[in-house]
Structures are given as structure tokens and as C-alpha cells.
Design a protein around this ligand. Structure first.
Ligand code: IPE
Ligand code: MG
Length: 221
């Protein structure tokens, strides 16, 4: 979800307004994804690198996230959506952490869709963390293969992402789901996240549906 700051800048508004508008987009995309029966949706909300932002912006973002999750709990319950966090929430401000834990626990049995929020997330960190967990558990080298390794990622028990959408014209992955995205399809758009619509989500899905996924094999005839 990239481009909130540029969206605000283009309208002579403070960056916080871009983030406010970005949460409206997030709400619309979550609800449309659920309506489309998408089973897993992951939103990259805050990376480990994002701590480098001014502390006022960081605290605004966590305040916004806290208000957003409080406000959306009933919607998540009503639509049978489970909230799940990818990342280490222990470093987050206490109020944010408490609300996250509350919403996760209230929605943990929901089955229709998993909404992953990548928070304080880094793909490289996730891989290193998996190695540490494996070593701590004393597994031997011959017990590890790709599948076993993925059990130690934040996304254990989830399928790899089919499609990854990046907004705002940046053409890079920025430490996102590095292990899981090995065969993901990518959709890059210049649209800034606050301007991203359910209509463009449909375009991205149609684009995805028109692609041939060979997964290393040969072209089907
Ligand atoms: C993405 O928008 C939102 C978060 C990282 C929370 P940015 O804040 O990165 O917006 P730009 O890249 O400055 O436009
Ligand atoms: Mg950005």
C-alpha cells in the first residue's frame, strides 16, 4: 500500500491525510476481497524499515491503525474474517498491541477469509527468525526442506500469494514476503494507494487470470 504521502503532497495536505485516506481504501479492498471470496489477503501496513520515519508519523500511523481496528472489529466479525499479524508486535506501542491482540482473539475462529496485516514486518528478518526457531528446536539438517522451513514463517499453514499488487509506480519488492513470493505474479500500478479502487482490484485480478502460470514447467499447448 504505497503512495499515501505523495497523494497528500499532490493535494497540499499533510501526509497524515494521505494515511487517513489510505485506510478508507484498505477498508474497501478488504470488503471487496471478502465479497469475491478471496481466502487470503495480506496488507503491508508497516515494515521494520518504517521505524526510520519521523516519530510523529510513526505514532500517527499506530494511532490510526488502533482506531481503524477498533472501528472494523464488528465488520470483521460480521463477514467472518480472521485478523492475523505477520511480524513482531512486541515492539509496537502498548495500546496498539492490546487492540491488535483483542481483535485477533475475537476473530480467531473466523473461516471465510484471513486478513494478514504485515506489521513491523521484514522478509529477511522473517527468514532469519525461522532459522533461529529451527535451531532452537534442535532440528537436524535432514529434517529441513522447503515445506518444513515454511512452517517457521509467519505465514505457516497458508498458501503462497498468487498475486502481489504494488501501487504508486515503484518497481521493487521492498523486503515483502521474500520466501513466499517465489512464484507469485506481480501487478504494478502507478495509482497511489488512496486512489486505488475496487474497480482497479478487478482489473488486477483480470490481468492475473489472463496469465499463464508455468511454475517452471513448459507452456501448455
Ligand atoms: C504507504 O505510503 C503507507 C505506509 C508505509 C504506512 P507512504 O507513506 O510510503 O507514501 P509515499 O511513498 O511517501 O508516497
Ligand atoms: Mg512509500
Amino acid at each position: 500500500m504505497d503512495g499515501n504521502g505523495r497523494w497528500a503532497h499532490g493535494k497540499n495536505l499533510p501526509r497524515s491525510e494521505g494515511h487517513n485516506q489510505g485506510t478508507k481504501t484498505a477498508k474497501a479492498i478488504v470488503e471487496e476481497s471478502r465479497r469475491l471470496n478471496i481466502q487470503y489477503l495480506t496488507l503491508y501496513a508497516f515494515s521494520r524499515e518504517n521505524w526510520a520515519r519521523p516519530k510523529e508519523e510513526v505514532s500517527f500511523l499506530f494511532g490510526l491503525l488502533t482506531r481503524f481496528l477498533k472501528g472494523e472489529l464488528q465488520t470483521l466479525v460480521k463477514h467472518d474474517i480472521r485478523l492475523n499479524i505477520l511480524g513482531d508486535i512486541n515492539d509496537l506501542p502498548l495500546t496498539a498491541r492490546k487492540v491488535i491482540e483483542h481483535v485477533c482473539s475475537k476473530t480467531k475462529s473466523n473461516k471465510s477469509m484471513t486478513l494478514n496485516l504485515a506489521l513491523n514486518y521484514s522478509g529477511r528478518f522473517e527468514i532469519v527468525r525461522a532459522c533461529r526457531l529451527i535451531l532452537e528446536q534442535g532440528l537436524s539438517a535432514d529434517q529441513i526442506d522447503e515445506k518444513k522451513f515454511s512452517d517457521y514463517l509467519y505465514t505457516a499453514d497458508q498458501p503462497d500469494p498468487d498475486l502481489i499488487i504494488r501501487t504508486s509506480g515503484e518497481l521493487r519488492i521492498s523486503n515483502y514476503l521474500l520466501y513466499q513470493s517465489a512464484y507469485s505474479e506481480f501487478y504494478f500500478t502507478k495509482t497511489l494507494w488512496p486512489d486505488f479502487t475496487t474497480g482497479e482490484l478487478h482489473l488486477a485480478l483480470e490481468d492475473y487470470a489472463s496469465r499463464q502460470r508455468r511454475l517452471g514447467g513448459v507452456d501448455p499447448l
